[in-house]
Ligand binder design. Structure first.
Ligand SMILES: [Zn+2]
Length: 222
């Protein structure tokens, strides 16, 4: 056990400093009492290094775009550097998220999928592949997220994943309805998305019926 030569106390665990006088403890460390605080890793050299490099990149890109008038491609008529800034900042935020505990897989997946799709939508709008995004990329991403969340809901014992699955399934149905109301027909990919979401909902009811009911009751507070 460690001890403080000044306070003459014994201190269990693997603390480095005396909790009273902050002097360095001496003696053999025991097994640690507290779990490692992941927040401390944010202070690490590699975290700071990548953060610095990201900021250098942001400053360089914004400088090239705004002050030197460099174009991403000849017909580029928007401030392309802002797109890079958006992705780089999102990358930083996702790194910070990685250090946060208590996030279940379904939550991480849902938040990431929604934020990536919003940013991809903005990027697609400016670069000029918005149609491909809406008709092909988005429905496939929604489907992949639904299927992954379905798997999480099946293996998750806590029931936390069910809420994300049900919200997801709604995301598979709403675009179909929106397209149908706007133009009386829906693109093939969104029809497939609708069918997949219905199939997964039936699967969820068959395998985890009780949880589905609980989740709906919880959401509607009935
Ligand atoms: Zn002390």
């Amino acid at each position: 056990m460690k001890n403080c030569p000044y306070c003459k106390i014994e201190v269990g665990g693997d603390l480095k400093k005396c909790p009273f006088c902050q002097s360095k403890l001496v003696g053999e460390a025991e097994e640690r009492y507290f779990p490692t605080q992941t927040i401390l890793k944010i202070q690490s050299f590699f975290y700071k290094l990548q953060l610095f490099l990201v900021w250098v990149a942001i400053i360089a890109l914004v400088g090239l775009d705004f002050f030197f008038g460099v174009k991403l491609y000849p017909s580029c008529n928007f401030h392309w550097s802002l797109l890079f800034v958006m992705w780089l900042l999102a990358f930083e935020m996702s790194i910070i998220r990685l250090f946060k505990k208590g996030m279940n897989a379904a939550r991480v997946l849902s938040i990431s999928a929604v934020s990536i799709m919003i940013m991809l939508g903005i990027t697609a709008y400016y670069i000029g592949f918005f149609k491909i995004f809406v008709y092909w990329v988005l429905p496939n991403a929604v489907m992949a997220t639904m299927i992954a969340n379905f798997i999480f809901a099946m293996i998750d014992k806590s029931g936390n994943a069910m809420g994300y699955l049900l919200t997801n399934l709604l995301m598979g149905v709403l675009p179909y309805i929106a397209f149908y109301l706007m133009q009386k027909n829906s693109p093939l990919e969104w029809i497939i998305c609708l069918l997949v979401s219905i199939a997964l909902l039936i699967g969820a009811i068959i395998f985890r019926g009780r949880e589905v009911v609980n989740e709906i009751q919880r959401r509607l507070s009935v």
